[in-house]
Design a protein around this ligand. Structure first.
Ligand code: IFM
Length: 428
């Protein structure tokens, strides 16, 4: 065993998103989707975090955290097109103040999977008007929070958003259509770029300089059937299109469009001040040609007992070495990296801590190998509403009793607190 000491000022915290914890997000498209019975659970009051945020931040501070990632809910701020709710805006200003008061660095996400219902009704991210609508919303948020916030995430996991809502049909509007998914991706790139420029333009001299990124979901892709040239090829393409091309669009302003070619998006050039990264595990890809869909689909890990010996309670791969690999790969860009999510749903909390500890250790090794990682947010502070999977999965280091709204820090929260307080981790 040896000990790895992280650089001074390293940010340690946990992440949440509005719809998953706040409760009663009645103007969002996900709320309508749930009410229409399209998922097994309804988010309902969730963790009632909208009213209990002070209590939750007390908890985070008592657990040694120095940062906290949360999202602002657009549907609360603009419940009807052009109608702004000043109380909701004041609420998020109070949230940021509450974080600052507890010395928790706010990391603010502007879009985390949910949209106002009116926005989806107008075509959501499939239509060009989405970009200007999002920019208007960001302008409001920047004016209200910009004096207190340094770290911004414009869009959480754009690729997962497009895949889940427009290819797999697992969230509103429930589409399964590659051409729509591609349009969504293009508008998310443009939306991010617009948000980036709005945040920088809104800055006043006395405000912190905004550091803006997306939260990029970065799995390590592997072929399902290692021997199959089709799986190998589509895995390389999937990695290129989903992991590499999207980041290239935000650095070079040139986006390689799946199955079409390249497109110039000049306003997206150099719009990453840091790299926000969400990592959970490897994804095994199989060649399945279905007209109108991307031919590389994630395969059932149950078929890979030898290659995927360790899996979470949701059946996801556990492979800390790939986290090291992903961070080292990103580290070569020289950009600062902020781990905006990493965590697991385990029914056994000892296994949760084992997962977190090994991933933090892998991150330590990546820092030693030269990656400029500046912070880490575990997913999640609280158990919460896991989208189509509802309330089954338990990602929290703090256990939620949804019937009583009681919060109970798990042993993993205490172990993680030790890492946060000492700024170091035991490596194997
Ligand atoms: O809960 C989600 C979150 O909303 C986005 N990233 C992955 C998490 C776990 O699935």
């Amino acid at each position: 065993m040896s000990v790895f000491q992280f650089p001074d000022g390293f940010l340690w915290g946990a992440a949440t998103s509005a719809h998953q914890v706040e409760g009663n997000n009645v103007h969002s498209d996900w709320w309508a989707w749930e009410q229409a019975g399209r998922v097994k659970d309804r988010s309902g009051p969730a963790c009632d975090h909208y009213r209990r945020f002070e209590q939750d931040f007390d908890l985070a501070a008592s657990l040694g955290h120095s940062a906290h990632r949360f999202s602002v809910e657009w549907a609360r701020l603009e419940p009807a097109e052009g109608q702004w709710d000043d109380e909701a805006l004041a609420h998020y200003a109070a949230v940021v103040r509450a974080l600052r008061k507890r010395r928790l660095e706010p990391i603010v996400t502007l879009h985390h999977f949910t949209n106002p219902q009116w926005f989806l009704a107008k075509g959501g991210w499939t239509v060009p008007g989405s970009v200007e609508a999002f920019a208007r919303y960001v302008r409001r948020v920047a004016a209200a929070l910009g004096d207190q916030v340094r770290y911004w995430v414009t869009i959480n996991e754009p690729i997962i958003y497009a895949r889940m809502h427009y290819l797999q049909g697992l969230g509103p509007p429930g589409a399964k259509d590659l051409s729509q998914a591609i349009r969504v991706l293009e508008h998310l790139i443009r939306g991010h770029a617009a948000g980036y420029h709005v945040l920088h333009a809104a800055r006043r001299m006395e405000w912190p300089r905004p550091e803006v990124s997306i939260a990029h979901h970065l799995p390590v892709f592997r072929p399902c059937r290692r021997w199959s040239p089709f799986d190998q090829w589509i895995t390389r393409r999937t990695d290129q299109i989903f992991s590499v091309a999207f980041l290239e669009a935000l650095t070079d302003g040139r986006w390689e469009v799946p199955g079409i070619g390249a497109r110039r998006i000049p306003e997206a050039r150099n719009t990453l001040d840091y790299l926000g990264v969400n990592y959970y595990g490897r994804q095994f890809i199989r060649w399945v040609p279905v007209p109108g869909l991307w031919p590389g689909v994630p395969c059932d890990l149950g078929h890979h007992p030898r290659e995927v010996p360790e899996r979470t309670s949701m059946g996801w791969d556990v492979h800390p070495e790939s986290f090291f690999e992903a961070l080292r790969r990103l580290g070569r860009t020289g950009q600062p990296i902020l781990v905006t999510e990493n965590g697991t749903s385990m029914t056994d909390d000892a296994r949760r801590w084992s997962y977190l500890w090994r991933h933090i250790a892998a991150m330590g090794r990546a820092v030693q190998a030269g990656a400029n990682v500046i912070g880490y947010c575990c997913w999640s502070l609280l158990d919460n509403f896991e989208w189509a999977d509802g309330y089954g999965p338990r990602f929290g280091i703090v256990e939620m009793d949804y019937a009583t709204q009681e919060r109970r820090p798990r042993e993993s929260a205490r172990q993680y607190a030790e890492v946060c307080r000492t700024n170091r981790v035991m490596t194997e």
